[in-house]
Design a binder for this molecule. Structure first.
Ligand code: ADP
Ligand code: MG
Length: 421
């Protein structure tokens, strides 16, 4: 179908029931429908899936979508199936399918019914699949969570490195779409290079979260009392407290409970039933606070989380941004409070010491940015956005006053500036 004949708004309404595109979606979709290699950088929740789902639904042939997690793929396929009456419109191709199921998927692709084929990168390496796909009409290849291709990202998957090679075998001129919520220039460069789309049309949304208040406090012996006090001052509000270790999660959850706060622990050491119970209690507001390791949060979409506390500083600015980003999704108040001690940095360095040297170097560089963030005396928002390659005016930018350094400039900093004059 020629682009001029398509009314994208109508298709949006028809398939998804939305009357408006979010952010840059329309521009992105137009670029994809035109057959351009396209690169999309949008924060989590920005609506990246629709950027490839809608073009896939209105294009001839099948779009191949690479995604790192089977659970994520299953969710997406269920969602797509619920919006389209066509049986077989979306499939997951993975090792759990039996022969009959694989035959059904192949037949739906051959017949042009299957518009979206979700695959894990390791499944794409199977000769049989590659041989089959190279004879089919493929509309484009979308690589979701494309930062998995980069060692500088927070979730490196070596299998992502083979994608370009495999794609070449499926078809030389298939457009490639990369999508990620990782905004660091280094990771972006890696993605474009590794996918072989350095000429891609790039769409990058702002990562500024103007309603979030950023604060860093020194971490002392009294940290548990400090956190308890903060939570009490925010009585009845929903919050997440991140700790590095499972042990600390349990201890802190207990401390809070003893102090009359409705808190539960969450970490990968708890059995699945307990984890999902605690998650539900948080979502249903039976409890106010989840004390958790980073195992908590992926795919949790509670709009009114009012604070995110870091008992321990995370290992990168990106993790920090992702974790604090779970506050204030509804645009309302979101207080992001991190406790910082250089000792914790040393602890994180020590954790890495068993790893390959290249990994250690990257880990060290990422940690140094965290140190710089924690110790900075200028706008924290400006720091974060600069880290993501984005300009921010710390006087007039949106949310400029929403951080501790801007509200209460440090004496020491003033003194230093005086010296420099
Ligand atoms: P991302 O992958 O960027 O984190 P998702 O694709 O998961 O984001 O989308 C986040 C949410 O936004 C989903 O609930 C989705 O239904 C919703 N959404 C996407 N596009 C629109 C739109 N145009 N209008 C309203 N809601 C949208
Ligand atoms: Mg996504």
């Amino acid at each position: 179908m020629a682009l001029t004949e398509i009314d994208l708004h109508k298709e949006l309404k028809r398939y998804f029931g939305f009357s408006q595109f979010k952010g840059l979606q329309e521009e992105v979709i137009t670029s994809i429908v035109k057959g351009n290699d396209t690169f999309v950088v949008m924060p989590t929740g920005g609506g990246k899936s629709l950027c490839y789902q809608l073009p896939a639904l209105i294009s001839d042939g099948t779009a191949i979508v690479v995604s790192p997690l089977i659970a994520l793929m299953k969710n997406q396929v269920d969602a797509i199936r619920s919006i389209s009456s066509e049986h077989g419109v979306a499939h997951v191709l993975n090792s759990s399918l039996n022969k009959t199921e694989v035959a059904q998927v192949k037949s739906d692709i051959r017949n042009g019914i299957c518009k979206l084929l979700y695959v894990a990168p390791e499944s794409l390496t199977k000769e049989d699949y590659v041989d089959f796909l190279k004879d089919q009409t493929i509309s484009f290849l979308a690589v979701d969570e494309a930062h998995c291709i980069s060692e500088w990202g927070h979730d490196f998957r070596p299998e992502y490195r083979n994608l370009r090679h495999i794609l070449k075998r499926i078809g030389d001129d298939i457009p490639v779409i990369g999508l990620t919520a990782t905004a660091t220039p280094k990771v972006q460069e890696d993605i474009l290079k590794n996918l072989g789309i350095t000429g891609a049309k790039t769409f990058k949304a702002s990562f500024n979260r103007p309603n979030l208040y950023y604060e860093v406090r020194p971490k002392t012996k009294n940290i548990e009392a400090d956190i308890t006090r903060f939570v009490k001052q925010n009585d009845g509000k929903s919050g997440i407290i991140y700790c590095l270790s499972r042990k600390k999660v349990e201890e802190l959850a207990q401390t809070l409970q003893v102090n009359g706060i409705k808190a539960v622990p969450y970490h990968a050491g708890l059995d699945a039933k307990t984890r999902s119970k605690h998650q539900d209690m948080f979502l249903m507001e039976d409890i106010d606070v989840v004390v958790a390791t980073i195992a908590f949060g992926m795919g949790i979409d509670k709009p009114d989380v009012r604070f995110v506390i870091h008992h321990d500083i995370p290992k990168s600015i990106e993790s920090y941004y992702q974790e604090t980003g779970r506050a204030g999704r509804d645009g309302g108040e979101g207080h992001c409070l991190a406790f910082y001690s250089y000792k914790d940095i040393e602890k994180l360095e020590k954790f890495m010491s068993g790893k390959p040297v290249a990994e250690q170097e990257i880990g060290h560089a990422l940690l140094q940015e965290v140190v710089a963030y924690a110790e900075t005396s200028v706008s924290r928002r400006k720091f974060i956005l600069h880290y993501f390659g984005e300009e921010f005016d710390s006087e007039t930018g949106e949310g400029a006053s929403m951080d501790d350094n801007v509200r209460n400039p440090k004496k020491q900093h003033e003194a230093k500036e005086d010296l420099e004059l």
